[in-house]
Design a protein around this ligand. Structure first.
Ligand code: UGA
Length: 436
């Protein structure tokens, strides 16, 4: 099927390449010339496992192209809108500027019977408003939220847990649902549930899913605060809770909390929209979820200060990790980098390392020290802080080898991802977050 993908960021670039890989004829469109040039060249503008291979296959097959001209969307049967919806400056709501602009610019190129499929995360009610704008073109607007995780984007796009498509009532909506079922035929044939809903429900599924995940993480981090005050161990608590299949262990990873370009801004936008709808109270707990999350960053900094006897000024601190999570070079609202920046602000000699995110981190925070490799970062450190649980730190870092590099054997495990017994056995002062 011929399709356009408007917006080639994390979501759009992966979606375009994935759609080409299952046999569709795809044009990816973005206003950023550099991004278009990189993608056309088979280079990913960001780090995402498997994406480069998929891009190159698509480009070689001739089924995948990129352009900076909206006119190239003309003739496609489905137009996916995958532009960003950041947080507005000075408020909590989602900024719909890019979505509105994409729809406005696409409008003259739409044909009767085209399907416009929104994938961006938007406040509930957006799709109904946009439907009215595109109605005169004869195209149908549907909402098809995306649930991919960075670092697993290709996997999640090709084999999602579910596909949700919100459609308007009536025959046009039913026909559009059939078109989307054709788009996703391989996944559906492989057993992926295909849920057709109204527009508002589809928009809500996405916001609600991210709100639930954020709540689960903050729940365990709230338990970490209680564990800190009572001498319990939150990691063991999470294991014990997780064996209850009604609860489950996933997203009970305690530590410095969630960041990135999605969960933090999405819970705020969700609460802001609920306020507009006069139902702010219903999701008032999301404000607590946000606060608990941000408190973990303070706590990590405090742990370092305590471990160094009350002062970090002039102390060399190795910060292992800058990305908001492993397998990503994304530093948007990264708790890892925030900890590094705060320690630097207190006068510490901070050396940050990360397998993928150093270039991005350096651009945004040139005041921090950087090391290319782990050992270089550890050299002569007075304290080591693990803030992104890359395998390089979690699995591959030997406490004995590390002991030979540092000045003082102090390690703060901001992701509760290390084997505390092994580190202590090697003579380290190990401090986790909410752990004994
Ligand atoms: C999240 C959702 O998981 C996706 O389903 C959704 O599509 C995406 O947002 C989006 O809205 O686009 P992502 O931001 O890529 O995906 O990252 P996650 O893997 O969910 O992690 C988010 C943050 O939570 C990270 O900082 C991670 O370190 C943290 N986290 C995750 C924890 O602190 N504990 C956990 O147990 C799990």
């Amino acid at each position: 099927m011929r399709m356009s993908v408007i917006g080639c960021g994390y979501l759009g670039a992966v979606h375009a390449a994935a759609m080409a890989s299952i046999g569709h004829d795809v044009i990816g469109i973005d206003v950023d010339d550099r991004k278009v040039a990189a993608l056309s060249d088979g280079t990913a503008p960001f780090f995402e496992p498997q994406l480069v291979e998929l891009l190159r296959q698509g480009l070689e097959s001739g089924r995948l192209r990129f352009s900076n001209s909206m006119a190239d969307a003309r003739g496609a049967r489905v137009h996916f809108v995958a532009v960003g919806t950041p947080q507005v400056t000075g408020g909590h709501a989602a900024d719909l500027r890019f979505v509105d602009a994409a729809i406005r610019e696409l409008l003259p190129h739409l044909g009767d019977g085209d399907v416009v499929a929104g994938k961006s995360t938007v406040p509930v009610g957006t799709a109904a408003r946009l439907s009215e704008i595109i109605a005169p073109s004869g195209a149908t607007l549907v909402w098809n939220p995306e649930f991919l995780r960075e670092g697993w984007a290709v996997h999640d796009t090709l084999t999602p847990d579910r596909i949700v498509v919100g459609v308007p009532a009536g025959p046009d909506g039913a026909a559009a649902a059939d078109v989307l079922a054709e788009v996703y035929a391989p996944a559906i044939a492989g057993g992926t549930p295909y849920l057709v809903t109204d527009l508002a429900t589809a928009e809500l599924v996405k916001g609600a899913a991210n709100a639930f995940l954020a709540t689960k993480i903050s729940f365990i981090n709230a338990m970490a605060e209680i564990a800190e005050a009572s001498g319990a161990d939150v990691a063991l608590l999470a294991d014990a809770l997780g064996y209850d299949s009604r609860i489950g262990r996933r997203y009970l990873g305690s530590g410095i909390g969630f960041g990135g370009g999605c969960l933090p801004k999405d819970i705020r936008a969700f609460a802001a929209r609920a306020e507009e709808l006069g139902r702010g109270e219903a999701v008032g707990f999301l404000r607590e979820v946000d606060k608990i999350n941000l408190r973990r960053r303070d706590r990590a900094v405090q742990l370092v200060i305590d471990a160094l006897g009350g002062m970090v000024f002039g102390r060399r601190i190795a910060v292992l990790g800058a990305a908001f999570k492993p397998f990503s070079d994304d530093i948007r609202d990264s708790p890892a980098l925030e900890v590094a920046v705060r320690l630097r602000g207190l006068g510490a000699d901070v050396v940050v390392t990360d397998p993928a995110a150093i270039d991005n981190a350096r651009r945004m925070h040139p005041q921090l020290g950087y090391a290319q490799g782990r050992d270089e970062a550890l050299q002569d450190a007075d304290a080591v802080v693990v803030v992104t649980e890359w395998d390089e730190y979690r699995r591959e870092m030997s406490p004995v080898h590390a002991a030979g590099l540092v000045r003082r054997q102090i390690i703060i495990d901001g992701r509760n991802c290390l084997d505390s017994a092994a580190w202590r056995a090697a003579g380290w002062d190990y401090r986790g977050m909410g752990r004994r």
